[in-house]
Write a protein that binds this ligand. Structure first.
Ligand code: GLA
Length: 402
């Protein structure tokens, strides 16, 4: 099936499901989408006011929406084969566990309302193909797709793109319980075909970095360890707290420090004695990782993929040793990838504790890479990985039905 017929089949699937529940659809029924992302480099830096470099990828979540006359958001997930009903203004997620999909939907509605937007009641049918719990931001894709749908039916002026990302981040922070930074939602909104997004998470301004790799062509290949992570779980939030402790120690010596973004290696060295060694390592990762994003974006711009690859590997080692968010399967996947021909660099991507690696691979070596990684990873772990060759795509928007 080519892309057009896949899209037509997806549209038909969404419409058929809503029709079977509500009868014929009105002309105001529309479809919206938002993509997942892969982060090239800059991990666990976003909530430290630092730098990240994600790109939106071709996995996405689609939402068919049709307004209702009442104040209910009735959402049906084709992926979970379940329906959830939320009354606008009511508590989010009564009786559901913290990471339940329906909380993302209701959380987005309530975050939009808190931001002053009069969300309408509506029927939603949701279908996503971003692998869940794989570090490719299925959550942000869901949040941003739902937000894009709800915003399309506002009578008042819509929030800015940046506000959409912030509102979706709040939905996850306040109603799901994962204290994520802004990277994923930002990428789902601002993605641009053929480009990575170098985002300054303090100023919330970004530059697009072209990924055409003209001098030295390469493909971005994502390898899924098939180990599911769970960000709503405690380790992610604990890392945030540890960074907060580091900032506390540093600010008592350097009052201008409000986030690890403000700290140099020298400053960190000067408080080493006063700092718990684990907290010290966490801070060391963030400071070095911020520097790596800057180096990687200039290396990308000059087509120096060897340097980008080295920075990716250094990032992975730091995430393993200093930040302790990798796991055996991710380390194994990176080691296997690094041994393949034509690989510039490999590292875990996203929150960690499972999920995917991101790899930069010479185009002529991609087939052999897929084959080699699959065979070796399955031999070593007993699990067959999934491997995706990714292009950078545009951020959220309406799916036009032809
Ligand atoms: C998750 C979070 C992001 C970011 C990454 C780690 O994807 O949602 O905000 O913190 O982990 O870089």
């Amino acid at each position: 099936m080519n892309d057009d017929s896949k899209a037509a089949a997806r549209i038909e699937q969404l419409r058929t499901r809503l029709k079977s529940r509500r009868g014929p659809l009105s002309s105001s029924a529309r479809i919206f989408r938002a993509p997942g992302r892969v982060n090239l480099i800059g991990e666990h830096t976003d909530y430290n006011d630092g730098f990240v470099m994600p790109l939106a990828i071709g996995f996405d979540t689609w939402v068919l929406a049709e307004p209702r006359e009442d104040d209910l958001v009735v959402a049906e997930s084709l992926d979970f084969d379940a329906i959830s009903i939320h009354r606008l203004g009511a508590d989010v997620g009564d009786g559901t566990s913290s990471g339940h999909w329906s909380r993302y939907v209701a959380g987005v509605a309530e975050s939009l309302r808190i931001a002053g937007h009069a969300v309408r009641g509506m029927d939603l049918v949701i279908h996503g193909n971003v692998p869940i719990g794989s570090g490719l931001s299925s959550s942000a894709a869901l949040e941003v797709a739902v937000a894009t749908a709800m915003i399309a039916y506002l009578d008042s002026s819509p929030p800015t793109d940046l506000d959409v990302a912030r509102i979706c981040q709040s939905a996850e922070n306040d109603f799901v319980g994962a204290r994520c930074g802004i990277m994923d939602q930002y990428a789902a909104v601002h993605g641009a075909a053929g480009h990575a997004i170098r985002l300054d998470c303090r100023s919330l301004q970004h530059e697009l970095v072209p990924l055409e790799f003209t001098q030295t062509p390469a493909r971005i290949v994502v390898c899924n360890t098939m180990v599911r992570h769970k960000l709503a779980g405690g380790e992610y939030n604990r890392r945030r707290d540890e960074c907060g402790v580091a900032v506390g120690v540093l600010a008592s010596r350097y009052p201008a420090v409000t986030a690890l973004r403000d700290v140099t290696s020298e400053m960190l060295g000067s408080v080493a004695e006063a700092m718990d060694p684990v907290i010290y390592k966490r801070a060391r990762h963030v400071i070095a990782e911020n520097a790596r994003v800057e180096l990687a974006s200039s290396a990308l711009r000059r087509g120096d993929l060897v340097t980008v690859g080295q920075l990716m590997r250094a990032s992975h080692d730091s995430l393993t040793q200093d930040y302790a968010v990798s796991c055996l399967e991710l380390d194994t996947m990176v080691d296997i990838a690094t041994r393949q021909k034509g690989v510039y660099g490999s590292r875990m991507t996203g929150g960690g504790f499972g999920g995917c690696t991101v790899n930069l691979v010479a185009p002529e070596c991609v087939d052999a890479f897929r084959q080699g990684v699959s065979v070796d990873y399955e031999r070593m772990t007993g699990v067959r990985p999934e491997i995706y060759v990714c292009d950078a795509v545009d951020g959220a928007g309406e799916v036009r039905e032809h």
